[in-house]
Design a protein around this ligand. Structure first.
Ligand code: GLN
Length: 314
């Protein structure tokens, strides 16, 4: 249900109204190379299931996906393992910071959900067992989904995160001590840091996630036929997890303000799914205290208010 069909005018209005929010957040600097990004950037792109695209601002500038990649690795693990993933990771909101370690001790090395760092590390561990070259396998899947043969990861960001990954490494070792890690933590961390350093623009990200708005169907591009990338049932479940766990300890606030399945990342990106309708990708590097993009959350809130998207889907 669309309240307002003039999307280009709505996007221009959101872009204008977001400008005064610059300076309210801070660029992530715990990974040194991420701190080098220009803070005052803002881009937004929409892809609809009927093939339209709309964008405004820096929608074609690649940025560091960071935790948004956790959505793709989880989908791959679910495709390969089905319900067996739930033996290794939970599906409850954590209510704790994305890199929190505390629940791992009380919950015997089983992370609360696949989108906090500990859970994402388990998922990357599962995929590391499955793929001899997970980095290229993941990139191949993303290139197909985004319809973009030139996607890559940023080696500087990868190295910078790998050199400062002590906390993630500690979580991996802790989970290994509980028998919830199959590979060497070093190997999994190599894959994880490479995965997080993948870059996409908003336009590419909206395209790459469109199957989640389309009952799992990826529309054939790059000369390939349509593909049921994920079953409709699994797609519905992924969206439920994104709604409840996709924004870390701000998941409740995001559900209240935006009401859509989302995945956020410390690169300043957020992707939101409007089941049956569209995907929205937004990027602005300044983050709030919980690691989510300030202008990104604002833009999504305004967009759902202006379009009515999501009002009937939850
Ligand atoms: N690579 C980051 C980390 O593990 C991802 C965190 C994020 O985007 N929230 O710390």
């Amino acid at each position: 249900m669309t309240k307002r069909t003039d999307l280009p005018a709505l996007l221009a209005e959101i872009h204008r109204d977001a400008q005064p929010l610059f300076g309210q957040g801070r660029v992530a600097d715990y990974i040194p190379a991420l701190a080098e990004v220009e803070p005052r950037r803002f881009g937004l792109a929409i892809a609809t299931v009927d093939g339209q695209t709309h964008s405004v601002g820096d929608a074609h500038t690649p940025f560091s996906l960071q935790s948004i990649t956790k959505l793709f690795t989880f989908v791959l693990a679910l495709k390969l393992e089905g319900d067996a993933v739930w033996q290794r990771v939970g599906r409850e909101p954590s209510g704790a910071a994305f890199n929190s370690i505390v629940q791992l001790e009380t919950e015997n090395g089983i992370p609360r959900n696949p989108f906090i760092n500990a859970g994402a590390l388990v998922i990357t561990d599962i995929l590391t067992t499955r793929y001899a070259h997970l980095d290229y396998a993941l990139l191949g899947a993303l290139r197909r989904l985004a319809d973009e043969p030139n996607l890559h990861w940023n080696p500087r960001v990868e190295r910078s995160e790998r050199e400062t990954a002590h906390r993630n490494m500690a979580m991996a070792y802790f989970m290994k001590s509980h028998g919830n890690f199959r590979n060497e933590p070093e190997t999994v961390l190599d894959n994880y840091c490479r995965q997080c350093a993948t870059e996409m623009s908003c336009a590419q990200l909206a395209q790459a996630t469109l199957f989640l708005a389309n009952d799992g169907r990826d529309l054939g591009r790059l000369g390939e036929p349509d593909e049921q990338f994920l079953s409709a049932d699994a797609t519905r479940r992924v969206n439920a997890l994104l709604l409840t766990c996709g924004a870390y300890d701000a998941a409740g606030d995001f559900a209240y303000r935006i009401g859509l399945p989302v995945k956020t990342g410390v690169g300043g990106g957020i992707v939101a799914i409007v089941p049956g309708v569209a995907t929205i990708a937004v990027w602005s590097p300044e983050l709030d205290a919980k690691g989510n993009s300030v202008l990104g959350a604002f833009a999504l809130e305004r967009l759902v208010q202006g379009t009515g998207w999501g009002h009937t889907s939850i």
